[in-house]
Design a protein around this ligand. Structure first.
Ligand SMILES: *Cc1c(COP(=O)(O)O)cnc(C)c1O
Length: 432
């Protein structure tokens, strides 16, 4: 007698079956099989395949950023190459004395020289930098912030919440659209306040227009308390000397971005910024400025919990050395994307279209991304392919992340490294 009743397969046989289509390690396939048999005994094979697929596509992998958003938050902002020689590093070892050293020494010297600071330290991201500054310099005291700058950056970073967590008290100054120097002066002079810092926060991801007024760092520095400028983006110098010879002028989208060097020159005691936005480095946050204040941050107990690992420090050092030697436009992928000429982008797009026979070359506009330069675009060249083929492009062995508008898929050449053009060709060729 043959039976048509289907028993759930054994965990082991199901796991072995999964291994024919999945390259996950056997123990993980066993987990998928076990969960599927428990949750859906009558449909275990299909559900187990789904679990295995979900797990493999959640693994971190290289992707091609064809979106035209140069600093794509979901794709890790600034891209960087990393070479791991599997050797240790002198991260906390002083090679000249043979004694214990500090992971911050070299970076502090490089940052200081580039932006005219006395000292600098690096933490895991800019949210951590702001938190550490507040905890180290204003715990139990007041910090004056303009109502127009009491902002949310995204990903849950809200100034009032960070302030509360740090132990500092927020003193709102001025109004949402206009805050003048005398509003700050009133808060500082008010006997009921104990203002430790004035914090100026760059509203990175939005702009208020119309009847507005804000107070510059230069004006704030005339008051009697230290000014901390959270510039966010990590633009080191708004004259962008590293672009000389690569673009005819400083791009207009850079004009409204506050820069570390100028904020310090204008009298800020400290600046805080991200490593992976306009700086073009790894995810980290930098606190730079007056040596005594930086030292107070460095010796706060939170510092131990916020310090980055050696990979981050090595990558950041590489990027800072590129700035020092003015080789940013060749060595730092973000600035290489910015500096790419329209004619080069067009030539690459044409070559991809002619080798695949798919799509057409079109003018498109890239975005800086990561909340920097909101609303500004950079002229670019792309490939337009009829239909929404984003899901197919994501299935490629190195996923290609594109965008759509209407019912057309666009591949923006500016956010793709030229060395990856052949991957785009392969992904497009596999479509049909
Ligand atoms: C991006 C940003 C932050 C948060 O920085 P992360 O590196 O993402 O933690 C804080 N402040 C400003 C002004 C920013 O632009």
């Amino acid at each position: 007698m043959t039976t048509t009743t289907t028993h759930p397969p054994s965990v082991d046989s199901l796991a072995r079956q999964l291994s024919q289509t999945s390259s996950l390690p056997h123990s993980l396939l066993v987990d998928c099989a076990r969960r599927a048999i428990t949750s859906a005994p009558t449909n275990a094979v299909a559900i187990a395949e789904q679990y295995a697929h979900e797990l493999s596509s959640a693994l971190l992998t290289d992707v091609i950023n064809a979106t035209g958003v140069l600093l794509h938050t979901n794709l890790g902002r600034a891209p960087l190459a990393h070479h791991n020689a599997a050797r240790p590093s002198n991260i906390e070892f002083n090679l000249s004395t043979g004694e214990r050293g500090s992971r911050q020494t070299a970076i502090s010297a490089l940052v200081s020289s580039l932006i005219g600071a006395e000292a600098a330290i690096v933490v895991n991201n800019n949210a951590a930098a702001v938190m550490l500054v507040l905890a180290a310099l204003a715990d139990g005291r007041d910090v004056a912030v303009s109502r127009g700058e009491s902002i949310e950056i995204g990903g849950g970073f809200r100034i009032p919440d960070v302030m509360e967590q740090s132990g500092a008290r927020l003193v709102d100054v001025g109004t949402t659209n206009r805050t003048r120097l005398r509003d700050y002066a009133k808060a500082v002079d008010n006997k009921r306040n104990d203002i430790a810092l004035i914090m100026k926060i760059h509203p990175s991801n939005f702009a208020i227009e119309g009847f507005t007024e804000s107070t510059t760092v230069e004006q704030l520095a005339t008051l009697s308390v230290p000014v901390v400028s959270d510039i966010g983006s990590g633009l080191l110098d708004n004259t962008a000397p590293w672009l000389q010879g690569h673009t005819p002028t400083v791009p207009s989208w850079l004009m409204n971005e506050p820069a570390a060097k100028q904020a310090l020159a204008d009298g800020a005691s400290l600046v805080t910024f991200s490593g992976d936005k306009l700086l073009g480095g790894p995810q980290c946050g930098i606190i730079a400025g007056q040596a005594d204040l930086v030292a107070q941050c460095a010796s706060h107990p939170l510092m131990r919990a916020l310090r980055p690992g050696s990979y981050t420090m090595i990558l950041l050092q590489q990027v800072l050395l590129s700035y020092a030697s003015r080789s940013v436009c060749t060595d730092v992928p973000f600035w290489r994307m910015v500096a790419a000429s329209i004619s080069d982008l067009r030539e690459r797009a044409e070559s991809i279209v002619s080798s695949t026979g798919v799509g057409s070359v079109v003018d498109v506009e890239s975005l800086v991304g990561a909340g920097s330069a909101p609303g500004s675009t950079i002229a670019s060249v792309g490939i337009a392919i009829p239909g929404d083929i984003r899901a197919n492009l994501r299935q490629h062995s190195i996923p290609v992340i594109a965008r759509t508008l209407g019912n057309t898929t666009y591949i923006d050449m500016r956010s793709i490294a030229p060395t990856d053009d052949h991957v785009v060709v392969e992904a497009i060729s596999h479509l049909s």
